[in-house]
Design a protein around this ligand. Structure first.
Ligand code: VG1
Ligand code: CO
Length: 542
């Protein structure tokens, strides 16, 4: 039986950089998840009888929302749901399933790298038929709908058993519980030279991968240990846990500290990597070197042709605006296009669909390509391994040679988390007001060349996205960027991105924070960070 339930809007269901993210108790309010899911369906047209993909990163409340989404999809007229066994689908795997099975779209349940548990974070994101996050015009429509919604439709049926791969009938809709890993592993095998990587590993090359008790565990076990032959134990924390073992499943130098220390110690393994809650981010640490995500994008782009899936070369490279300019230098040398987009993977979709870009990346540990329409953590790890297997050099040597060829973009991001929202908004507003007065001003040896609030003109659909981050460009190419996070769930998070280019290879081994010292001081002076936030230091430095 299909039931129509009366409801009232909550008013706060605005999708951020990657969908709706709130604390679990917010999602547990009566009709809260249902309101958002119905608002998604109400904003779409033409899905009658079509396929919807559903899966999540296994965090607390994942299964409950999956059951609701299945019953609501049936009541709203979808013809088929594909759901990952155990409710599991990594974000890139969901993107692949949507594309491979020509689904209308997908609902991905995740709050990515944010912690999970009864009082931690949850999220719902809608992906469109190309496998990528819904573009702004769709998320705007969803938000508008959440403000006026007055009812939702749901099938009154028993829960579907998510733990058995089988098919069920829910009203007129078929629900098929699928293997979450198989299609993804096959896709990876089609892109990379698994034989070469297997040989590298068989020759004693040691890989460690930290799944951070999140969704990539089953994927990494299958691919790195079973298919590539890495010894058992190479994949750590491989069981997805609803609370990620109490940790932040955020693969950065703070939350993956143990891996970093392992890789810097004597007798370190050859290659270390980690991924986040939903499997779309990556952390790359070679023996003795942390590769910044911005550098990783540039190095992967420069070497991608060594992997079979990219042997024909790249059409172009896209990076988010705050990501360092290291990839720009590679694009220039390759004679291909470089696209600079706002933060968030949804902006890459059009460029990938149109064949303008092949590889994309964000400074926030996101790298990916046209194989799916999401960033893809394991993909980045496998491309690195493929390159290492072909070049037969260490990650450190590859990085040093890269810098010697292209110069080095010293880069760091300073995050101020859980800042008072008014203070954070005030800081950005004050910066906006002073933009016009900055060019020509000098701060010590640093002279401002240009300052603006980044606005993006999508070359494909011609949409314009304004106010995407304050950029202060100094003479010589150094840069400071400020923006507020769109994924946090408490207070505001101020992100400050700092970059300096160094051509001289005699100066490529400096400590990053020291190399950026003068810019860091000027970043504070211009935005009055300490004064306005009341913080002495960032909460996280990456
Ligand atoms: C952050 C990152 C951004 C990334 C987004 C989603 O957004 O900066 O680059 O695309 O998270 O990543 P924000 O608005 O907090 O800066 V994930 O791994 O949550 O899907
Ligand atoms: Co993520």
């Amino acid at each position: 039986m299909i039931k129509t339930v009366s409801t009232n809007p909550y008013g706060d269901q605005k999708p951020g950089t990657s969908g709706l993210r709130k604390k679990v108790p917010a999602f547990q309010q009566k009709n809260y998840a249902e309101n958002f899911i119905q608002s998604i369906f109400d904003s779409l047209e033409g899905f009658e009888g079509q396929t919807l993909v559903i899966g999540g990163d296994g965090r607390y409340y994942n299964r409950e929302v999956i059951q609701k989404a299945i019953k609501m999809a049936a009541a709203n007229g979808f013809g088929r749901v594909l759901v990952g066994r155990g409710g599991i689908l990594s974000t890139p795997a969901a993107s692949n399933i949507i594309r491979k099975y020509k689904a209308f779209g997908g609902i991905v349940l995740s709050a990515s790298h944010n912690p999970g548990g009864p009082t931690e974070d949850f999220g719902i994101k809608y992906n469109v038929g190309n496998g990528g996050p819904a573009p702004e015009k769709v998320t705007d429509a969803i938000f508008a709908r959440t403000k006026v919604i007055d009812s939702y439709k749901i099938a009154e049926v028993a829960d579907v058993n998510l733990d058995l791969e089988s098919s069920h009938q829910v009203e007129n809709m078929t629900v098929t519980v699928i293997d979450p890993v198989a299609d993804y592993a096959e896709l990876m095998e089609s892109l990379f030279d698994f034989a070469a990587i297997r040989k590298l590993i068989a020759g004693g090359f040691r890989v460690v991968f930290d799944a951070m008790s999140a969704v990539t565990g089953p994927y990494a076990k299958e691919i790195i240990e079973r298919r590539l032959g890495a010894p058992k134990g190479s994949v750590m924390n491989f069981i997805p846990l609803p609370d990620f073992g109490g940790h932040h499943p955020d693969p950065n130098l703070v939350h993956a500290r143990a891996l970093y220390e392992t890789m810097m110690a004597p007798h370190a393994p050859d290659f270390g990597a980690a991924s986040d809650g939903d499997g779309d981010r990556n952390l790359i640490i070679g023996k003795g070197i942390f590769v910044t995500p911005s550098d990783s994008l540039a190095m992967l782009a420069a070497n991608a042709h060594l992997a079979p899936g990219y042997a024909k070369g790249l059409a172009g490279i896209a990076r988010s605006m705050p990501t360092s300019g290291a990839a720009d230098r590679v694009a220039e040398k390759l004679g291909i296009g470089l696209y600079e987009t706002p933060t968030g993977w949804k902006f890459f979709g059009n460029l990938l669909d149109e064949g303008l870009a092949t590889i994309c990346g964000e400074e926030s540990a996101g790298t990916g390509s046209n194989h799916v329409r999401e960033k893809d953590g394991l993909w980045a790890v496998l491309l690195w391994l493929n390159i290492l297997a072909v070049r037969k050099e260490s990650a450190l040597d590859i990085a040093r040679k890269h810098w010697a060829t292209y110069g080095r973009n010293y880069y760091s991001r300073h995050d101020y988390e859980e800042v008072d929202t008014d203070a954070a908004n005030g800081l950005i507003a004050a910066l906006r007001d002073k933009l016009a007065s900055l060019p020509g001003k000098s701060f010590g040896a640093l002279a401002v060349a240009n300052a603006d609030d980044f606005s993006y003109n999508d070359p494909v659909d011609k949409s314009v996205s304004k106010n995407q981050g304050i950029r202060i460009l100094f003479k010589g190419g150094s840069r400071v960027v400020y923006r507020l996070s769109g994924t946090g769930t408490s207070g505001a998070t101020l992100r400050v991105y700092i970059e300096r280019f160094e051509a001289d290879s005699a100066r490529h081994d400096l400590d990053t924070q020291a190399a950026l010292g003068d810019l860091i001081a000027v970043a504070d002076e211009i935005a009055e960070i300490k004064k306005r936030t009341g913080r002495d230091a960032p909460s996280v430095i990456t």
